[in-house]
Design a protein around this ligand. Structure first.
Ligand code: 3MF
Ligand code: MG
Length: 342
């Protein structure tokens, strides 16, 4: 059993289309996903605004709220909670050049509308976390936007969200690239700086996704630690990534068990979860996976967290202290490898 509460997004069980080929698995209804999520041990669900309310662009605020209430009833039926709502600011034609940082005033307005609707939806789903994955906030052509203006636009958009509702928290999910070439918020350090510049820094934190740190050439555990230092790690997206490739969303620990161990260790050592934070997974099944076992990547990721928690519990702190006192880090490293291999 884990000390953590796990969540996943409906997009984590997908049809398997990629940039080079079509769908290979059948579409599963949101209710069926909820049912299965509960069965495999998840406590909650992560949402994009339009995961909860699919046709929201063509709906009134009242209609959006009514549809969100239906989703809330479905969550209740399966004993699940909503972890966060994230405005999807990368699919619509109004977000081709980004949302909050688009060069088009009309598009920036659209992004703000979606951000505020995400708050409306979150309130009805019973959660206060709004996640901003800033997919297209940055540039494809480096000279096409002023980075200073872009970052200022991002800060004022967050301020408007904080003003709109006094309880919501905004969690920025850092990522250095993809789909954008150069992102305005690539790392947790950048997220912390943006947080500090808002009107209510206490309500602006971070989501660290393991793969996003790796894509930035950074260590996921230290990125988590950086946000934890400031009390601002609002969520995590555990997964894995084979070096500097396209964003892979591999099962947690499937590439680097030592790195995965250090992520779980930093969460355990710093009592992550004590304020209700949940452990989000953001993993995708391989395209080769068949319909009849298409939740396996989630099951494997949860199991990996649990196995690593057991390793953290077994970790010999006295031996660690001795190695540190003697500055015998070779001995400490050997011990870690043995712990993980045994
Ligand atoms: C992309 C991601 C996103 C975010 C999601 C919620 C589609 O690399 O990680 O998944 O996690 O939008 O913030
Ligand atoms: Mg993610």
């Amino acid at each position: 059993m884990s000390r953590f509460k796990f969540t996943a997004g409906p997009w984590n069980v997908h049809e398997g289309a990629d940039a080079f080929g079509p769908e290979v698995r059948k579409t599963i209804s949101i209710e069926e996903k909820f049912k299965k999520f509960k069965e495999i041990g998840l406590s909650g669900v992560q949402f994009h605004d339009d995961d909860a309310v699919p046709d929201m662009n063509n709906m009134s605020i009242e209609e959006i709220k009514a549809e969100a209430a239906n989703v809330k009833a479905l969550l209740d039926k399966y004993g699940l909670v909503a972890e966060f709502v994230a405005p999807r600011l990368w699919m619509d034609s109004h977000t081709t050049d980004g949302g909050f940082t688009s060069n088009s005033a009309e598009d920036r307005e659209f992004a703000m509308w979606r951000a505020l609707r995400s708050i409306d939806i979150a309130k009805i789903l019973g959660c206060d976390n709004i996640v901003l994955w800033l997919a297209r906030e940055g540039t494809l052509c480096a000279e096409s936007k002023s980075p200073v203006e872009g970052i200022n636009r991002l800060i004022s958009a967050i301020n408007k969200m904080l003003e709109y509702d006094k309880d919501i928290k905004v969690l920025i999910e850092s990522k250095p690239n993809e789909p954008i070439d150069r992102s305005f918020c690539p790392t947790i350090g950048h997220v912390m700086a943006v947080s500090a510049a808002t009107i209510d820094p206490k309500r602006v934190g971070a989501v660290l996704e393991s793969a996003h740190a790796i894509l930035a050439g950074l260590d996921p555990a230290i990125e988590m630690a950086f946000a934890l230092t400031f009390g601002k790690l609002g969520s995590v997206h555990l997964n894995d990534q084979n070096g500097l490739r396209y964003d892979q969303d591999k099962s947690f620990g499937s590439e680097n068990i030592r790195s995965a161990f250090n992520q779980i260790k930093v969460l355990c050592d710093n009592n992550y979860g004590a304020n209700g934070e949940m452990v989000g997974l953001d993993v995708k099944a391989m395209r080769t996976q068949k319909d009849d076992d298409c939740y396996r990547h989630l099951i494997n990721s949860i199991k990996m967290v649990e196995m690593l928690e057991a390793k953290v519990a077994k970790f010999d702190k006295a031996f660690e202290a001795k190695c540190i006192a003697e500055r015998n880090y070779e001995a400490l490293e050997g011990y870690i490898l043995e712990l993980l291999m045994n």
